[in-house]
Design a protein. Structure first.
Length: 71
């Protein structure tokens, strides 16, 4: 089987994330592929956590952004 000209093989490191997701969905019993996908997901950076937001500062930043977009 091929995706975008790439032959499916056990070396999931060469696949893009999209190709690997598609392969896993099409081969749901392939535990090696699933583990490869989970390793990739775990390796991705975590979302940044923001502290409590000061409403006045936030409003000022939004207004500043709007003015810059108008220019």
């Amino acid at each position: 089987m091929e995706i975008g000209g790439l032959s499916m093989k056990s070396d999931f490191q060469t696949m893009t994330m999209g190709e690997l997701k598609k392969y896993v969905l099409e081969h749901r019993n392939d535990k090696t592929a699933f583990q490869g996908l989970m390793d990739r997901v775990d390796a991705q950076p975590q979302e940044q956590v923001y502290e409590e937001v000061n409403a006045e500062q936030f409003s000022a930043l939004v207004e500043q952004h709007r003015r810059l977009q108008q220019d």
